[in-house]
Design a protein around this ligand. Structure first.
Ligand SMILES: CC(=O)N[C@H]1[C@@H](OP(=O)(O)OP(=O)(O)OC[C@H]2O[C@@H](n3ccc(=O)[nH]c3=O)[C@H](O)[C@@H]2O)O[C@H](CO)[C@@H](O)[C@@H]1O
Ligand SMILES: C=C(OP(=O)(O)O)C(=O)O
Length: 419
């Protein structure tokens, strides 16, 4: 099992570049199936989710060639059917479900394993199914596989009962090549929904309204290959902003879209941290004592649930009591017990956690239960007295591009042990 060993106490200082957005990349790679042609995807993060999706695409007949550390050429012209049934390959990621929407769009059928992903509460796919069925598809779930098939895929008006990023993108993908018009109401507005829509449009789709809560898609007969550059990772950037603030550091974070980070910027400022915007960079300067704040996760443009866990680590040593409310997932506080091992004082009641600020955290052996839990433990380890040993680093590898190397470049004392 791989581990991260952190000796806490160093202030992060220096400059880092943010990688491409995991949650956009993991939708764009499956979306290439719709092209039936060659696509070049640039600025992909070097993370295991991207590797797994490349393997799945290769497994169904695509040619995937690494054209650089962050660039893939994906040719999907030879795929005959979109069917991936290897549990061991796909079980740990969530975004494999996008092959259902993409496969349905191009072949009018697809089969895949029931999606996995971070264990952060119940994660049904009923809204994806509702959308596919509204377009005329039959959906079945048997033996751990989800199958979708439509004799004729028709545009439809679909109102999402919950704002779901995955359902919005999946329906958008299927609808690109459905007959007629599709309208998704109460659609997710997250930045990666917009990036995926831009990519689909670049492949020949006709999508309007991405980034608002009503998305309109006119079905087209054919799509084609194109080049696309993935947008910067909002959550990776937010994690480094939090880590910089937690260590009382001074870090220039390059290659960000500041607009996507407004919720986190606002909270850090409320805590007494300086956030200086300059074009596509944010400088985080934390000289003042940190103040407690209330944080409530919400759909975009609210505070992202994927930063709730690292943010809670930051609050552990802020003065006073903070309240963290998780409105998106019903089980995203598992990591709190690990923070308690390090001396944090947190009380969880249902969907809310009260964080009573303590003077310091102390290093301990801890284990990541999911991707952002891992990030939370890294932030805690960076500020703790002594050594923190984090197990289950494979979760962190799902979504952070070379995390320990980026942190080392900022002066953190962190090493990775491969066992
Ligand atoms: C690969 C990817 O992009 N993952 C992100 C995506 O996950 P994902 O797309 O799975 O998350 P959703 O936006 O779909 O989920 C939001 C909420 O809707 C509920 N829901 C969702 C679908 C459905 O059919 N029925 C239903 O009830 C979920 O249980 C959850 O409570 O958005 C989440 C919310 O921003 C992020 O935490 C994940 O990092
Ligand atoms: C929950 C996350 O990812 P996934 O949906 O891929 O499990 C995440 O990125 O925080």
């Amino acid at each position: 099992m791989n581990k991260l060993i952190i000796e806490g106490g160093s202030k992060l200082k220096g400059t880092i570049d943010i990688s491409g957005f995991k949650n956009a990349a993991v939708a764009i790679i499956p979306a290439t199936v719709l092209a039936g042609d060659k696509c070049i995807i640039e600025n992909l993060p070097e993370i295991s989710d991207v590797t797994v999706l490349s393997e799945i695409l290769t497994g169904i007949g695509a040619t995937v060639i690494q054209r650089g550390p962050k660039t893939l050429e994906i040719d999907t012209s030879n795929i005959k059917e979109c069917s991936y049934t290897e549990y061991e390959i796909a079980k740990d990621i969530r975004a494999s479900y996008y092959l259902l929407g993409a496969g349905l769009g191009r072949f009018k059928k697809a089969t895949g394993i029931y999606p996995g992903g971070c264990s952060i509460g119940s994660r049904p796919i009923d809204q994806h199914i509702k959308g596919f069925e509204a377009m005329g598809a039959k959906v079945s779930i048997e033996h751990g596989l989800v199958s979708v098939e439509a004799e004729k895929l028709m545009g439809a008006e679909i109102y999402l009962d919950v704002v779901s990023v995955g359902a919005t993108i999946n329906i958008m993908m299927a609808a690109t090549m459905a007959e007629g018009n599709t309208v998704i109401e109460n659609a997710a507005k997250e930045p990666h929904v917009v990036d995926v829509a831009n990519f689909l449009n670049c492949m020949g789709a006709d999508i309007r309204g991405a980034g608002t809560d009503v998305i309109k898609i006119k079905g087209v007969d054919k799509m084609r290959g194109c080049n696309h550059m993935v947008i910067p990772d909002q959550i990776e950037a937010g994690t480094y902003m939090i880590a910089a603030a937690a260590t009382k550091g001074d870090v220039l974070i390059n290659n960000v879209i500041p607009k996507h980070l407004e919720a986190i910027t606002a909270k850090l400022k409320e805590m007494g941290v300086e956030v200086i915007e300059n074009g596509e960079s944010l400088r985080i300067v934390a000289n003042n004592p940190l103040r407690s704040v209330s944080v409530k996760t919400l759909v975009y443009p609210g505070f992202p649930t994927d930063l709730q866990q690292p943010m809670t680590s930051l609050l552990t040593t802020a003065s006073g009591n903070s309240m963290v409310t998780e409105t998106i997932y019903d089980g995203r506080f598992k990591y709190v017990d690990e923070l308690k091992r390090m001396g944090a004082n947190i009380k969880v009641e249902g969907r809310a956690a009260v964080v009573y600020g303590v003077e310091k955290l102390t290093g301990a052996k801890v284990s990541a239960s999911d991707l952002r839990a891992g990030a939370a433990l890294v932030v805690a380890g960076l500020i703790a007295d002594g050594i923190t040993e984090i197990e289950n680093v494979h979760f962190i590898d799902r979504g952070y591009d070379n995390l320990h190397e980026k942190l080392i470049s900022l002066g953190a004392k962190i090493r990775r042990i491969e066992e």
